[in-house]
Design a protein around this ligand. Structure first.
Ligand SMILES: Nc1ncnc2c1ncn2[C@@H]1O[C@H](COP(=O)(O)OP(=O)(O)OP(=O)(O)O)[C@@H](O)[C@H]1O
Length: 578
Protein backbone atom coordinates (compact mmCIF):
# COMPACT_ATOMS: atom_id res chain seq x y z
CA UNK A 1 0.00 0.00 0.00
CA UNK A 2 1.47 3.29 -1.10
CA UNK A 3 0.77 5.40 2.02
CA UNK A 4 2.44 2.91 4.31
CA UNK A 5 5.23 2.69 1.77
CA UNK A 6 5.63 6.47 1.90
CA UNK A 7 5.56 6.49 5.68
CA UNK A 8 8.12 3.67 5.87
CA UNK A 9 10.37 5.73 3.68
CA UNK A 10 10.16 9.11 5.39
CA UNK A 11 9.28 8.56 9.06
CA UNK A 12 12.76 7.50 10.15
CA UNK A 13 14.67 10.25 8.28
CA UNK A 14 12.00 12.78 9.34
CA UNK A 15 12.85 11.95 12.97
CA UNK A 16 16.40 13.10 12.34
CA UNK A 17 15.12 16.42 10.99
CA UNK A 18 12.19 16.76 13.39
CA UNK A 19 13.29 20.11 14.84
CA UNK A 20 13.40 21.77 11.43
CA UNK A 21 10.11 20.15 10.42
CA UNK A 22 8.39 21.24 13.63
CA UNK A 23 9.81 24.76 13.13
CA UNK A 24 8.42 25.06 9.60
CA UNK A 25 5.11 23.60 10.75
CA UNK A 26 4.98 26.19 13.55
CA UNK A 27 5.78 29.02 11.14
CA UNK A 28 2.98 27.82 8.83
CA UNK A 29 0.50 27.86 11.71
CA UNK A 30 1.58 31.41 12.60
CA UNK A 31 1.26 32.36 8.95
CA UNK A 32 -2.33 31.10 8.85
CA UNK A 33 -3.03 33.02 12.06
CA UNK A 34 -1.55 36.22 10.59
CA UNK A 35 -3.56 35.69 7.42
CA UNK A 36 -6.77 35.39 9.42
CA UNK A 37 -5.89 38.63 11.23
CA UNK A 38 -5.16 40.48 7.98
CA UNK A 39 -8.69 41.88 7.30
CA UNK A 40 -9.22 43.11 10.86
CA UNK A 41 -7.26 46.42 10.82
CA UNK A 42 -9.17 47.58 7.76
CA UNK A 43 -12.53 46.45 9.14
CA UNK A 44 -11.91 48.21 12.45
CA UNK A 45 -10.63 51.34 10.71
CA UNK A 46 -13.82 51.52 8.66
CA UNK A 47 -15.98 51.05 11.76
CA UNK A 48 -14.01 53.38 14.05
CA UNK A 49 -12.73 56.08 11.70
CA UNK A 50 -15.55 56.31 9.16
CA UNK A 51 -18.66 54.92 10.83
CA UNK A 52 -17.49 56.04 14.33
CA UNK A 53 -19.16 52.86 15.53
CA UNK A 54 -18.07 50.86 18.61
CA UNK A 55 -14.90 52.93 19.02
CA UNK A 56 -13.08 52.08 22.30
CA UNK A 57 -12.90 54.99 24.75
CA UNK A 58 -9.07 55.22 24.58
CA UNK A 59 -9.26 55.93 20.84
CA UNK A 60 -12.30 58.21 20.99
CA UNK A 61 -10.16 61.37 20.93
CA UNK A 62 -7.82 60.26 18.15
CA UNK A 63 -8.08 62.00 14.76
CA UNK A 64 -9.94 59.67 12.31
CA UNK A 65 -7.24 60.33 9.65
CA UNK A 66 -4.64 59.10 12.11
CA UNK A 67 -6.75 56.01 12.77
CA UNK A 68 -6.88 55.34 9.01
CA UNK A 69 -3.09 55.80 8.69
CA UNK A 70 -2.63 53.44 11.67
CA UNK A 71 -4.90 50.87 10.03
CA UNK A 72 -3.00 51.21 6.74
CA UNK A 73 0.37 50.74 8.45
CA UNK A 74 -0.95 47.77 10.45
CA UNK A 75 -2.31 46.20 7.24
CA UNK A 76 1.08 46.70 5.61
CA UNK A 77 2.94 45.24 8.61
CA UNK A 78 0.57 42.26 8.75
CA UNK A 79 1.19 41.60 5.06
CA UNK A 80 4.96 41.83 5.61
CA UNK A 81 4.63 39.45 8.56
CA UNK A 82 2.61 36.98 6.46
CA UNK A 83 5.24 37.11 3.69
CA UNK A 84 8.11 36.64 6.15
CA UNK A 85 6.37 33.73 7.86
CA UNK A 86 5.62 32.23 4.45
CA UNK A 87 9.24 32.66 3.41
CA UNK A 88 10.53 31.15 6.65
CA UNK A 89 8.14 28.20 6.59
CA UNK A 90 8.63 27.41 2.90
CA UNK A 91 12.41 27.76 3.02
CA UNK A 92 12.71 25.64 6.14
CA UNK A 93 10.36 22.92 4.79
CA UNK A 94 12.00 22.82 1.34
CA UNK A 95 15.53 22.78 2.77
CA UNK A 96 14.63 20.00 5.17
CA UNK A 97 12.97 18.06 2.36
CA UNK A 98 16.14 18.49 0.26
CA UNK A 99 18.30 17.19 3.13
CA UNK A 100 15.96 14.27 3.54
CA UNK A 101 16.19 13.69 -0.23
CA UNK A 102 19.98 13.72 -0.16
CA UNK A 103 19.83 11.05 2.56
CA UNK A 104 17.38 8.98 0.50
CA UNK A 105 19.54 9.22 -2.63
CA UNK A 106 22.54 8.13 -0.58
CA UNK A 107 20.61 5.17 0.84
CA UNK A 108 19.29 4.09 -2.58
CA UNK A 109 22.71 4.23 -4.21
CA UNK A 110 24.58 2.58 -1.38
CA UNK A 111 21.96 -0.18 -1.14
CA UNK A 112 21.91 -0.80 -4.88
CA UNK A 113 25.71 -1.06 -4.97
CA UNK A 114 25.43 -3.79 -2.35
CA UNK A 115 22.69 -5.75 -4.10
CA UNK A 116 23.53 -9.05 -5.69
CA UNK A 117 24.53 -9.30 -9.34
CA UNK A 118 21.39 -11.41 -9.75
CA UNK A 119 19.32 -8.35 -8.78
CA UNK A 120 21.33 -6.11 -11.09
CA UNK A 121 20.88 -8.57 -13.97
CA UNK A 122 17.12 -7.98 -13.67
CA UNK A 123 17.22 -4.18 -13.21
CA UNK A 124 18.48 -1.60 -15.67
CA UNK A 125 20.91 0.93 -14.20
CA UNK A 126 18.97 3.85 -15.73
CA UNK A 127 15.90 2.60 -13.82
CA UNK A 128 17.83 2.95 -10.58
CA UNK A 129 18.95 6.45 -11.61
CA UNK A 130 15.37 7.42 -12.38
CA UNK A 131 14.36 6.29 -8.87
CA UNK A 132 17.28 8.23 -7.40
CA UNK A 133 16.25 11.45 -9.12
CA UNK A 134 12.61 11.86 -10.11
CA UNK A 135 11.05 9.43 -7.62
CA UNK A 136 13.00 10.91 -4.73
CA UNK A 137 11.88 14.35 -6.01
CA UNK A 138 8.21 13.38 -5.74
CA UNK A 139 8.67 12.11 -2.21
CA UNK A 140 10.31 15.44 -1.31
CA UNK A 141 7.35 17.34 -2.76
CA UNK A 142 5.07 15.35 -0.47
CA UNK A 143 7.24 16.00 2.58
CA UNK A 144 7.33 19.77 1.92
CA UNK A 145 3.60 19.97 1.11
CA UNK A 146 2.68 17.97 4.22
CA UNK A 147 4.86 20.10 6.48
CA UNK A 148 3.42 23.33 5.10
CA UNK A 149 -0.21 22.32 4.82
CA UNK A 150 -1.27 19.43 7.04
CA UNK A 151 -1.13 21.01 10.52
CA UNK A 152 -2.32 24.55 9.58
CA UNK A 153 -5.15 23.17 7.45
CA UNK A 154 -6.31 20.73 10.12
CA UNK A 155 -6.16 23.51 12.75
CA UNK A 156 -8.09 25.81 10.46
CA UNK A 157 -10.66 23.12 9.81
CA UNK A 158 -11.17 22.45 13.51
CA UNK A 159 -11.17 26.15 14.40
CA UNK A 160 -13.71 27.15 11.78
CA UNK A 161 -15.90 24.16 12.63
CA UNK A 162 -15.96 25.19 16.30
CA UNK A 163 -16.88 28.77 15.38
CA UNK A 164 -19.57 27.61 12.97
CA UNK A 165 -21.10 25.25 15.52
CA UNK A 166 -21.09 28.06 18.09
CA UNK A 167 -22.80 30.40 15.62
CA UNK A 168 -25.53 28.03 14.43
CA UNK A 169 -25.24 24.28 15.13
CA UNK A 170 -27.92 23.21 12.62
CA UNK A 171 -26.57 25.17 9.72
CA UNK A 172 -23.03 24.05 10.65
CA UNK A 173 -24.14 20.40 10.60
CA UNK A 174 -25.76 20.92 7.21
CA UNK A 175 -22.60 22.53 5.83
CA UNK A 176 -20.44 19.74 7.26
CA UNK A 177 -22.63 16.99 5.75
CA UNK A 178 -20.66 17.16 2.54
CA UNK A 179 -17.29 16.59 4.24
CA UNK A 180 -17.69 12.78 4.66
CA UNK A 181 -18.87 12.57 1.03
CA UNK A 182 -15.76 14.46 0.01
CA UNK A 183 -13.59 12.12 2.10
CA UNK A 184 -15.08 9.06 0.34
CA UNK A 185 -14.45 10.68 -3.03
CA UNK A 186 -10.88 11.56 -2.01
CA UNK A 187 -10.11 7.96 -0.98
CA UNK A 188 -11.53 6.65 -4.25
CA UNK A 189 -9.62 9.26 -6.21
CA UNK A 190 -6.38 8.52 -4.38
CA UNK A 191 -6.47 4.91 -5.57
CA UNK A 192 -6.97 6.02 -9.15
CA UNK A 193 -4.22 8.65 -8.93
CA UNK A 194 -1.89 6.09 -7.47
CA UNK A 195 -2.44 3.50 -10.19
CA UNK A 196 -2.11 6.11 -12.95
CA UNK A 197 1.11 7.31 -11.29
CA UNK A 198 2.48 3.78 -11.05
CA UNK A 199 2.04 3.47 -14.83
CA UNK A 200 3.55 6.92 -15.43
CA UNK A 201 6.57 6.28 -13.20
CA UNK A 202 7.40 2.98 -14.86
CA UNK A 203 7.06 4.60 -18.30
CA UNK A 204 9.48 7.30 -17.08
CA UNK A 205 11.89 4.57 -15.99
CA UNK A 206 11.68 2.94 -19.44
CA UNK A 207 12.37 6.29 -21.07
CA UNK A 208 15.51 6.77 -18.95
CA UNK A 209 16.66 3.27 -19.84
CA UNK A 210 16.17 3.79 -23.59
CA UNK A 211 17.82 7.23 -23.60
CA UNK A 212 20.80 6.05 -21.53
CA UNK A 213 21.25 2.97 -23.69
CA UNK A 214 21.22 4.99 -26.92
CA UNK A 215 23.54 7.70 -25.59
CA UNK A 216 25.97 5.15 -24.17
CA UNK A 217 26.09 3.45 -27.55
CA UNK A 218 26.23 6.64 -29.59
CA UNK A 219 29.30 5.40 -31.48
CA UNK A 220 27.48 2.25 -32.63
CA UNK A 221 24.32 4.24 -33.44
CA UNK A 222 26.27 6.62 -35.68
CA UNK A 223 28.63 4.01 -37.14
CA UNK A 224 25.74 1.79 -38.22
CA UNK A 225 23.82 4.77 -39.59
CA UNK A 226 20.98 3.99 -37.21
CA UNK A 227 20.31 7.50 -35.91
CA UNK A 228 16.82 7.64 -37.42
CA UNK A 229 15.92 4.26 -36.06
CA UNK A 230 17.30 5.16 -32.62
CA UNK A 231 15.26 8.37 -32.65
CA UNK A 232 12.25 6.26 -33.67
CA UNK A 233 12.85 3.83 -30.77
CA UNK A 234 13.10 6.74 -28.39
CA UNK A 235 10.02 8.31 -29.99
CA UNK A 236 7.84 5.33 -29.19
CA UNK A 237 9.03 5.19 -25.56
CA UNK A 238 8.51 8.94 -25.35
CA UNK A 239 4.99 8.61 -26.79
CA UNK A 240 4.30 5.92 -24.21
CA UNK A 241 5.42 8.23 -21.41
CA UNK A 242 3.36 11.08 -22.87
CA UNK A 243 0.27 8.84 -22.98
CA UNK A 244 0.65 7.67 -19.36
CA UNK A 245 1.44 11.20 -18.14
CA UNK A 246 -1.58 12.65 -19.94
CA UNK A 247 -3.75 9.88 -18.48
CA UNK A 248 -2.38 10.69 -15.01
CA UNK A 249 -3.09 14.41 -15.51
CA UNK A 250 -6.64 13.56 -16.65
CA UNK A 251 -7.25 11.43 -13.58
CA UNK A 252 -6.07 14.21 -11.28
CA UNK A 253 -7.88 17.09 -12.96
CA UNK A 254 -11.12 15.17 -13.38
CA UNK A 255 -11.42 15.24 -9.60
CA UNK A 256 -11.43 19.04 -9.17
CA UNK A 257 -14.95 19.74 -10.56
CA UNK A 258 -16.43 16.91 -8.46
CA UNK A 259 -14.91 18.34 -5.30
CA UNK A 260 -16.09 21.83 -6.19
CA UNK A 261 -19.55 20.52 -7.00
CA UNK A 262 -19.85 18.74 -3.64
CA UNK A 263 -18.68 21.85 -1.81
CA UNK A 264 -21.12 24.03 -3.77
CA UNK A 265 -23.86 21.58 -2.84
CA UNK A 266 -23.02 22.11 0.85
CA UNK A 267 -23.10 25.89 0.42
CA UNK A 268 -26.41 25.68 -1.48
CA UNK A 269 -27.99 23.57 1.28
CA UNK A 270 -26.93 26.08 3.90
CA UNK A 271 -28.18 28.97 1.74
CA UNK A 272 -31.63 27.40 1.33
CA UNK A 273 -31.97 26.32 4.98
CA UNK A 274 -30.50 29.60 6.26
CA UNK A 275 -32.67 31.62 3.85
CA UNK A 276 -35.78 29.85 5.22
CA UNK A 277 -34.66 30.70 8.76
CA UNK A 278 -34.23 34.35 7.72
CA UNK A 279 -37.72 34.44 6.20
CA UNK A 280 -39.31 32.97 9.30
CA UNK A 281 -37.34 35.41 11.42
CA UNK A 282 -35.23 32.92 13.41
CA UNK A 283 -31.97 34.21 11.85
CA UNK A 284 -30.82 37.69 10.81
CA UNK A 285 -29.54 38.36 7.27
CA UNK A 286 -26.19 39.40 8.73
CA UNK A 287 -26.08 36.10 10.68
CA UNK A 288 -26.65 34.13 7.48
CA UNK A 289 -23.87 36.07 5.71
CA UNK A 290 -21.46 35.33 8.57
CA UNK A 291 -22.29 31.59 8.44
CA UNK A 292 -21.80 31.52 4.67
CA UNK A 293 -18.48 33.40 5.04
CA UNK A 294 -17.20 30.89 7.59
CA UNK A 295 -18.40 28.03 5.44
CA UNK A 296 -16.12 29.36 2.69
CA UNK A 297 -13.27 29.44 5.23
CA UNK A 298 -14.10 25.86 6.16
CA UNK A 299 -14.03 24.62 2.59
CA UNK A 300 -10.63 26.13 1.83
CA UNK A 301 -8.69 23.72 4.15
CA UNK A 302 -10.95 20.86 3.04
CA UNK A 303 -9.91 21.57 -0.55
CA UNK A 304 -6.23 21.86 0.47
CA UNK A 305 -6.34 18.56 2.36
CA UNK A 306 -7.90 16.71 -0.56
CA UNK A 307 -5.18 18.20 -2.80
CA UNK A 308 -2.60 16.92 -0.31
CA UNK A 309 -4.14 13.47 -0.60
CA UNK A 310 -3.38 13.62 -4.36
CA UNK A 311 0.23 14.62 -3.63
CA UNK A 312 0.52 11.64 -1.27
CA UNK A 313 -0.89 9.30 -3.90
CA UNK A 314 1.72 10.51 -6.41
CA UNK A 315 4.53 10.25 -3.86
CA UNK A 316 3.25 6.83 -2.77
CA UNK A 317 3.76 5.42 -6.26
CA UNK A 318 7.33 6.75 -6.18
CA UNK A 319 7.90 5.49 -2.63
CA UNK A 320 6.96 1.96 -3.80
CA UNK A 321 9.66 2.18 -6.46
CA UNK A 322 12.27 3.48 -4.00
CA UNK A 323 11.38 0.82 -1.44
CA UNK A 324 11.81 -1.84 -4.15
CA UNK A 325 15.51 -0.97 -4.03
CA UNK A 326 15.85 -0.25 -0.32
CA UNK A 327 14.06 -3.43 0.69
CA UNK A 328 15.71 -5.74 -1.84
CA UNK A 329 17.85 -8.37 -0.20
CA UNK A 330 21.53 -7.48 -0.47
CA UNK A 331 23.87 -10.20 -1.71
CA UNK A 332 23.73 -13.20 0.60
CA UNK A 333 25.04 -12.38 4.04
CA UNK A 334 28.46 -13.64 5.06
CA UNK A 335 28.30 -17.03 6.74
CA UNK A 336 27.71 -17.02 10.48
CA UNK A 337 31.06 -16.59 12.17
CA UNK A 338 32.80 -15.38 8.99
CA UNK A 339 35.96 -13.47 9.87
CA UNK A 340 38.26 -11.05 8.09
CA UNK A 341 40.63 -13.01 5.86
CA UNK A 342 44.33 -13.04 6.72
CA UNK A 343 46.89 -12.20 4.00
CA UNK A 344 45.98 -14.54 1.13
CA UNK A 345 48.87 -15.87 -0.90
CA UNK A 346 47.72 -19.10 -2.58
CA UNK A 347 47.39 -21.94 -3.39
CA UNK A 348 43.88 -21.59 -4.80
CA UNK A 349 41.87 -24.79 -5.16
CA UNK A 350 38.54 -25.44 -6.89
CA UNK A 351 37.17 -28.74 -5.59
CA UNK A 352 34.20 -30.28 -7.39
CA UNK A 353 32.80 -26.82 -8.13
CA UNK A 354 29.38 -26.64 -9.80
CA UNK A 355 27.44 -23.49 -10.65
CA UNK A 356 24.68 -22.08 -12.89
CA UNK A 357 23.42 -18.51 -13.22
CA UNK A 358 19.86 -19.69 -13.60
CA UNK A 359 18.13 -22.64 -11.95
CA UNK A 360 18.30 -25.78 -14.10
CA UNK A 361 20.94 -24.32 -16.43
CA UNK A 362 24.32 -25.44 -15.08
CA UNK A 363 27.39 -23.68 -16.45
CA UNK A 364 30.08 -25.46 -14.44
CA UNK A 365 30.01 -28.94 -12.93
CA UNK A 366 32.69 -30.81 -10.97
CA UNK A 367 35.52 -28.43 -11.76
CA UNK A 368 38.77 -29.44 -10.04
CA UNK A 369 41.68 -27.08 -10.41
CA UNK A 370 44.64 -26.02 -8.25
CA UNK A 371 46.85 -22.96 -8.73
CA UNK A 372 49.96 -23.19 -6.59
CA UNK A 373 51.31 -20.24 -4.64
CA UNK A 374 53.14 -17.84 -6.98
CA UNK A 375 52.08 -19.82 -10.03
CA UNK A 376 50.48 -18.31 -13.15
CA UNK A 377 47.88 -20.63 -14.64
CA UNK A 378 46.31 -19.89 -17.99
CA UNK A 379 42.71 -21.01 -18.53
CA UNK A 380 42.10 -21.96 -22.13
CA UNK A 381 38.82 -23.09 -23.58
CA UNK A 382 36.01 -22.44 -26.03
CA UNK A 383 33.88 -19.34 -25.76
CA UNK A 384 31.05 -19.64 -23.24
CA UNK A 385 32.56 -22.65 -21.43
CA UNK A 386 32.66 -20.77 -18.13
CA UNK A 387 36.20 -19.38 -17.79
CA UNK A 388 35.14 -15.88 -16.66
CA UNK A 389 32.57 -17.50 -14.40
CA UNK A 390 35.36 -19.29 -12.50
CA UNK A 391 36.99 -15.91 -11.80
CA UNK A 392 33.70 -14.46 -10.58
CA UNK A 393 33.27 -17.40 -8.20
CA UNK A 394 36.72 -16.77 -6.75
CA UNK A 395 35.75 -13.11 -6.23
CA UNK A 396 32.59 -14.36 -4.54
CA UNK A 397 30.45 -12.24 -6.84
CA UNK A 398 28.54 -15.52 -7.11
CA UNK A 399 28.84 -18.58 -4.88
CA UNK A 400 29.19 -22.16 -6.14
CA UNK A 401 26.15 -24.39 -5.81
CA UNK A 402 28.26 -27.46 -5.17
CA UNK A 403 31.87 -28.02 -4.18
CA UNK A 404 34.22 -25.59 -2.47
CA UNK A 405 36.85 -23.04 -3.30
CA UNK A 406 39.82 -22.98 -0.96
CA UNK A 407 42.55 -20.42 -0.61
CA UNK A 408 45.53 -21.27 1.54
CA UNK A 409 43.65 -24.44 2.48
CA UNK A 410 40.57 -22.64 3.88
CA UNK A 411 37.06 -22.49 2.42
CA UNK A 412 36.51 -18.96 1.06
CA UNK A 413 33.14 -18.82 2.81
CA UNK A 414 34.88 -18.78 6.20
CA UNK A 415 35.91 -15.19 5.47
CA UNK A 416 33.87 -12.07 4.83
CA UNK A 417 33.33 -11.28 1.15
CA UNK A 418 34.74 -7.81 1.48
CA UNK A 419 38.02 -8.98 3.01
CA UNK A 420 38.49 -11.62 0.30
CA UNK A 421 37.84 -9.15 -2.53
CA UNK A 422 40.29 -6.66 -1.09
CA UNK A 423 43.02 -9.27 -1.53
CA UNK A 424 42.38 -9.99 -5.17
CA UNK A 425 43.53 -7.81 -8.06
CA UNK A 426 41.03 -8.31 -10.87
CA UNK A 427 41.28 -7.15 -14.47
CA UNK A 428 37.92 -7.86 -16.12
CA UNK A 429 37.36 -8.61 -19.80
CA UNK A 430 35.84 -5.18 -20.28
CA UNK A 431 38.40 -2.91 -18.59
CA UNK A 432 35.79 -0.71 -16.89
CA UNK A 433 37.31 2.68 -16.37
CA UNK A 434 35.73 5.41 -14.29
CA UNK A 435 34.94 8.89 -15.57
CA UNK A 436 37.94 10.20 -13.62
CA UNK A 437 41.59 11.09 -14.23
CA UNK A 438 44.20 8.54 -15.27
CA UNK A 439 45.86 8.68 -11.83
CA UNK A 440 42.52 8.25 -10.04
CA UNK A 441 41.68 5.28 -12.24
CA UNK A 442 44.93 3.55 -11.41
CA UNK A 443 44.71 4.41 -7.70
CA UNK A 444 41.29 2.70 -7.65
CA UNK A 445 43.25 -0.56 -7.40
CA UNK A 446 44.43 0.13 -3.86
CA UNK A 447 42.94 1.92 -0.86
CA UNK A 448 46.36 3.28 0.11
CA UNK A 449 48.08 3.98 -3.24
CA UNK A 450 50.32 7.05 -3.19
CA UNK A 451 51.05 9.15 -6.26
CA UNK A 452 54.54 7.64 -6.42
CA UNK A 453 53.11 4.09 -6.34
CA UNK A 454 50.66 4.99 -9.11
CA UNK A 455 53.47 6.35 -11.29
CA UNK A 456 55.58 3.29 -10.55
CA UNK A 457 52.71 0.90 -11.45
CA UNK A 458 52.19 2.86 -14.68
CA UNK A 459 55.89 2.43 -15.50
CA UNK A 460 55.69 -1.35 -14.92
CA UNK A 461 52.65 -1.72 -17.15
CA UNK A 462 53.91 0.61 -19.92
CA UNK A 463 51.22 3.18 -19.30
CA UNK A 464 53.98 5.79 -19.03
CA UNK A 465 54.68 5.31 -22.74
CA UNK A 466 51.54 7.19 -23.72
CA UNK A 467 51.00 9.32 -20.64
CA UNK A 468 52.97 12.29 -22.00
CA UNK A 469 50.74 12.44 -25.04
CA UNK A 470 47.72 13.10 -22.83
CA UNK A 471 47.02 16.83 -22.34
CA UNK A 472 47.29 16.76 -18.54
CA UNK A 473 49.41 13.59 -18.27
CA UNK A 474 48.35 11.63 -15.16
CA UNK A 475 45.68 14.21 -14.39
CA UNK A 476 43.88 13.88 -17.70
CA UNK A 477 40.20 13.01 -17.30
CA UNK A 478 39.64 9.79 -19.27
CA UNK A 479 35.98 10.47 -20.09
CA UNK A 480 33.05 8.10 -19.75
CA UNK A 481 34.34 4.52 -19.96
CA UNK A 482 37.86 5.78 -20.75
CA UNK A 483 36.70 7.11 -24.12
CA UNK A 484 39.89 9.15 -24.55
CA UNK A 485 42.07 6.02 -24.73
CA UNK A 486 42.56 3.31 -27.33
CA UNK A 487 41.54 -0.27 -26.52
CA UNK A 488 45.15 -1.32 -25.77
CA UNK A 489 45.75 1.77 -23.62
CA UNK A 490 42.58 1.06 -21.65
CA UNK A 491 43.73 -2.47 -20.93
CA UNK A 492 47.16 -1.25 -19.80
CA UNK A 493 45.47 1.19 -17.38
CA UNK A 494 43.39 -1.69 -16.03
CA UNK A 495 46.57 -3.71 -15.55
CA UNK A 496 48.26 -0.76 -13.82
CA UNK A 497 45.34 -0.80 -11.43
CA UNK A 498 46.09 -4.45 -10.66
CA UNK A 499 49.83 -3.67 -10.45
CA UNK A 500 49.29 -0.97 -7.83
CA UNK A 501 47.20 -3.33 -5.73
CA UNK A 502 49.05 -5.03 -2.88
CA UNK A 503 46.95 -8.19 -3.46
CA UNK A 504 48.91 -11.42 -3.94
CA UNK A 505 46.12 -13.09 -5.93
CA UNK A 506 45.59 -11.83 -9.48
CA UNK A 507 42.74 -12.59 -11.89
CA UNK A 508 43.11 -11.49 -15.50
CA UNK A 509 40.29 -11.96 -17.99
CA UNK A 510 41.41 -11.81 -21.63
CA UNK A 511 43.63 -8.74 -21.29
CA UNK A 512 44.72 -8.91 -24.94
CA UNK A 513 41.30 -9.56 -26.47
CA UNK A 514 40.76 -7.72 -29.77
CA UNK A 515 44.15 -6.00 -29.78
CA UNK A 516 46.57 -5.84 -32.71
CA UNK A 517 49.95 -7.57 -32.36
CA UNK A 518 51.85 -4.41 -31.33
CA UNK A 519 49.32 -3.39 -28.65
CA UNK A 520 49.04 -7.00 -27.47
CA UNK A 521 52.84 -7.16 -27.07
CA UNK A 522 52.72 -4.11 -24.78
CA UNK A 523 49.90 -5.62 -22.78
CA UNK A 524 51.72 -8.96 -22.47
CA UNK A 525 54.70 -7.12 -20.99
CA UNK A 526 52.30 -5.38 -18.63
CA UNK A 527 50.81 -8.75 -17.65
CA UNK A 528 54.29 -10.10 -16.89
CA UNK A 529 54.93 -7.12 -14.64
CA UNK A 530 51.59 -7.54 -12.91
CA UNK A 531 51.76 -11.27 -12.29
CA UNK A 532 55.41 -11.67 -11.21
CA UNK A 533 55.58 -13.67 -7.98
CA UNK A 534 51.80 -13.53 -7.53
CA UNK A 535 49.31 -16.39 -7.69
CA UNK A 536 47.57 -15.73 -10.99
CA UNK A 537 44.65 -17.12 -12.92
CA UNK A 538 44.73 -15.84 -16.48
CA UNK A 539 41.93 -16.35 -19.00
CA UNK A 540 42.91 -15.96 -22.63
CA UNK A 541 42.37 -17.20 -26.16
CA UNK A 542 45.72 -15.69 -27.16
CA UNK A 543 48.57 -18.25 -27.49
CA UNK A 544 51.18 -15.47 -27.25
CA UNK A 545 49.79 -14.35 -23.90
CA UNK A 546 49.38 -17.94 -22.70
CA UNK A 547 53.16 -18.27 -22.89
CA UNK A 548 53.42 -15.97 -19.87
CA UNK A 549 51.85 -18.77 -17.83
CA UNK A 550 53.67 -21.54 -15.99
CA UNK A 551 50.90 -23.96 -16.88
CA UNK A 552 47.95 -24.12 -19.26
CA UNK A 553 44.64 -25.63 -18.22
CA UNK A 554 42.10 -26.49 -20.90
CA UNK A 555 38.55 -26.14 -19.72
CA UNK A 556 36.33 -28.29 -21.91
CA UNK A 557 32.69 -29.22 -22.13
CA UNK A 558 32.29 -32.87 -21.37
CA UNK A 559 30.86 -34.96 -24.19
CA UNK A 560 29.05 -36.93 -21.50
CA UNK A 561 27.14 -33.87 -20.37
CA UNK A 562 23.81 -35.09 -19.02
CA UNK A 563 22.02 -31.81 -19.69
CA UNK A 564 23.17 -31.01 -23.19
CA UNK A 565 26.02 -28.77 -24.14
CA UNK A 566 26.77 -27.20 -20.77
CA UNK A 567 27.13 -29.34 -17.69
CA UNK A 568 30.24 -31.21 -16.69
CA UNK A 569 33.72 -29.86 -17.17
CA UNK A 570 36.97 -31.61 -17.28
CA UNK A 571 40.26 -29.79 -17.15
CA UNK A 572 43.17 -30.91 -19.25
CA UNK A 573 46.57 -29.60 -18.35
CA UNK A 574 49.58 -28.89 -20.51
CA UNK A 575 52.51 -26.58 -20.97
CA UNK A 576 52.46 -24.18 -23.87
CA UNK A 577 55.16 -24.77 -26.39
CA UNK A 578 56.11 -22.15 -28.88
N1 LIG B 1 25.01 -12.98 -15.78
C1 LIG B 1 24.74 -14.09 -16.48
N2 LIG B 1 23.49 -14.58 -16.45
C2 LIG B 1 23.16 -15.70 -17.13
N3 LIG B 1 24.05 -16.41 -17.85
C3 LIG B 1 25.32 -15.96 -17.93
C4 LIG B 1 25.72 -14.78 -17.25
N4 LIG B 1 27.03 -14.58 -17.49
C5 LIG B 1 27.43 -15.59 -18.29
N5 LIG B 1 26.41 -16.42 -18.55
C6 LIG B 1 26.46 -17.67 -19.34
O1 LIG B 1 27.37 -18.53 -18.70
C7 LIG B 1 28.16 -19.21 -19.64
C8 LIG B 1 29.64 -19.04 -19.32
O2 LIG B 1 29.97 -17.66 -19.49
P1 LIG B 1 31.47 -17.16 -19.29
O3 LIG B 1 31.45 -15.69 -19.51
O4 LIG B 1 32.00 -17.68 -18.02
O5 LIG B 1 32.19 -17.89 -20.50
P2 LIG B 1 33.70 -17.74 -21.01
O6 LIG B 1 34.25 -19.11 -21.07
O7 LIG B 1 34.43 -16.75 -20.18
O8 LIG B 1 33.42 -17.17 -22.44
P3 LIG B 1 34.32 -16.17 -23.35
O9 LIG B 1 35.58 -16.90 -23.69
O10 LIG B 1 33.47 -15.94 -24.56
O11 LIG B 1 34.52 -14.96 -22.53
C9 LIG B 1 27.76 -18.68 -21.01
O12 LIG B 1 26.90 -19.62 -21.60
C10 LIG B 1 27.01 -17.40 -20.72
O13 LIG B 1 25.98 -17.20 -21.63
Amino acid sequence: MSTSSLLRLVVEPARTHRRALVASCGLSVLQVGAELARPWPLALAVDWAIERDGIPPVLAGVDPALLLVGAGVTTLLTSVLVSLLDLGATRSAERTAERLGAGLRHDVLSRSLRLSLRWHAGTRSAEVVSRLTSDVGRVLDAVAATTLSLVPDVLMLVGVTVVLVALDPWLALLGLLVVPLLAVLAVHQRRRVRSSQVAARSAAGRLSTTATDLLRNVVAVQAFGRVDRAVGDFGSTNADLLRTNVAAVDVETRWTPYADLVLALGAALVLVAGGLQVTNGSLSTGGLLVVLGYLRDLYSPVRALTRLSGVWARAGASADRINDVLEAEPEGPDAAGAVVAPALLGPVEFRGVGFGYEPGRPVLADVDLTIERGETVCLFGPSGVGKSTLLLLLLRLWDPETGTILVDGTDLRRWTRQSVREQIAYVPQDPWLLDATLAQNVAFGSRTATRAQVVEACARTHVDEFVDRLPLAYDTPLGEGGLRLSGGQRRRVALARAAVSPARLVLLDEPTASLDAASAAHVIDAVRATTARRTTLLVTHDPALARVADRIVHLTQSSTAPLGAVARHETREGVMTS
